[in-house]
Design a protein around this ligand. Structure first.
Ligand code: SF4
Length: 479
């Protein structure tokens, strides 16, 4: 299982997963539901609406003053002894990491989980330089062994069942086929220990970066990030330019809100606040720390007066967990690093709208994603925004465009709409709960209701007409 070749393969990839991978659908749905239940419980312990307002306002403030905060962060990082790099594109970001590795003759890299490194394709790039990259997050390690990309922002292997992992570890390491999860985790820990000890360079992302102190903040549950960033002699942190918060004390709220939304924990098991390389007298830590600020389309997104709010995302994955579309297939069908609702609004900005089609349409617009987003990104509105742009750019199927134009023409003319609905009611489109081929893909997996024997407009008038008229009269008399 790999990513669909690109987002444009979304429909075919989804159909293939639904047809050929029934256990994957069960695993994804079960894991997503359980994560969402935990988020709900964790949110109920705090005044969540006030927290969400605070987080939205904080991130919006940073984004609308990003130049100032980036310059401040760079100054502080340099004062802390960190080497700062700027990468406008994915290729430049990969090249910076590769050049650090090559200069220091690095043969092995241990990597903490980072969606930004998935976005820019870092592993494949380092491997072209003969550098071995080892994922150290357990979920990432499992999918690396399987040769698969991540299926979820927070739970990269959530599409795999416990039995899938048992079979994998049995084949690779000889553990029993009925091994308990603790045995599998202990095996991974033992194997990874050698990688940690032999690695010269650790790569991480950053959940946040506090501009006033130049502090990189990382949240995790396994301890692998802390080892990856402190044991090797060099640490490189790749940081999306939108990851800043103004002050160190903002981290307390953002870390807690992210953990509660991602995994339902009040806080991650480990929070690392990295403030530069090891200082004289300190027992551990790297000799060199590099921060690479990555743009890769973010500045252009920030300049988009409609879509810029996407950059508030803290990558908690809550919108994936609740999305009825994501739950059917998991992330691979989306064809790139970010899946689910956030993937569908981020892809047009990062990959380009044409390359992202049809992801903005991969949603029922039910609105659940907006209800769970801790930073209140208006995801459904942004999906509609990208859809409107896709229609304006003629990127939707020609037949669909024609059908929508015809419908719009009818809907604006009540008499013609009524006549057309009369006609449709008597056409044999639905028979015995199944649609004829013209609507086949709508009803291939669900029943189709028989058409009503009455016109919609007549029913509307009967039900609401009198109430509507009296409300209009009331308003007029009240004026
Ligand atoms: S869009 Fe909101 S809910 Fe989705 S991953 Fe980002 S912060 Fe979390």
């Amino acid at each position: 299982m790999s990513f669909a070749d690109s987002p444009s393969e979304y429909a075919a990839a989804s159909a293939r997963i639904l047809r050929d991978e029934p256990t994957m659908r069960t695993a994804v749905t079960g894991a997503a539901r359980s994560k969402d239940d935990r988020r709900r419980a964790a949110w109920s312990q705090i005044d969540i609406e006030a927290w969400r307002d605070w987080a939205r306002d904080l991130k919006s403030h940073v984004l609308t003053h990003l130049d100032r905060y980036l310059e401040e962060a760079e100054r502080r990082l340099i004062e802390n002894g960190v080497r700062v790099h700027w990468a406008e594109t994915a290729e430049q970001a990969c090249a910076v990491v590769a050049s650090v590795a090559v200069v220091h003759r690095v043969r092995r890299v241990v990597k903490a989980k980072s969606m930004l490194t998935e976005e820019i394709g870092l592993n494949a790039h380092l491997e072209t330089h003969g550098i071995e990259v080892r994922e150290t997050d357990l979920g990432e390690y499992i999918i690396q062994l399987l040769g698969e990309p991540p299926s979820h922002i927070v739970g990269p292997s959530l599409h795999r069942s416990l039995d899938d992992c048992r079979r994998l570890f049995h084949e690779r390491f000889g553990t029993p086929l009925d091994a308990a999860p603790e045995i599998l985790a202990a095996t991974a820990r033992r194997v990874l220990r050698d990688d940690f000890l032999q690695a010269d360079l650790g790569v991480s992302g950053a959940n946040f970066l506090a501009a006033d102190t130049g502090t990189v903040a990382l949240i995790e549950n396994e301890g692998n990030i802390r080892i990856s960033t402190s044991l090797p002699r060099i640490h490189v942190a790749l940081v999306g330019i939108e990851k800043l918060v103004p002050e160190l004390e903002d981290l307390a709220g953002m870390i807690q809100l992210t953990a509660r939304s991602a995994t339902g924990q009040p806080i991650g098991n480990y929070v690392s606040l990295i403030q530069g390389p090891r200082r004289p007298g300190e027992p551990d830590g790297p000799d060199e720390v590099h921060v690479v600020f990555v743009d890769n389309g973010r500045s252009a997104l920030l300049a988009d007066e409609h879509a810029w709010e996407t950059l508030r995302c803290v990558r908690c994955g809550a919108c994936l967990n609740i999305c009825p579309v994501y739950r059917q297939t998991g992330g691979h069908a989306y064809g790139w690093a970010y899946s689910g609702p956030i993937g569908a609004i981020l892809a047009p900005a990062i990959l380009g709208l044409e390359e992202s089609m049809p992801l903005p349409f991969a949603s029922s617009l039910c609105g659940a994603c907006a209800e769970v987003c801790p930073v209140r990104i208006p995801i459904p509105e942004l999906l509609v925004y990208w859809r409107e742009r896709a229609v304006a750019a003629d990127l939707t199927p020609p037949m669909e465009r024609l059908a929508m134009k015809a419908y719009a023409n009818l809907a604006e003319r009540p008499a013609a709409f009524g006549a057309a609905s009369d006609l449709v009611r008597f056409l044999p489109i639905v028979k015995g709960g199944r649609a004829l081929p013209v609507l086949g893909s709508w009803t291939g997996a669900r029943g189709a209701p028989e058409p009503s024997t009455e016109r919609f407009l007549r029913k509307w008038e009967q039900t609401y007409g009198a109430a509507h008229e009296s409300s209009v009269r009331g308003k007029e008399e009240g004026q």
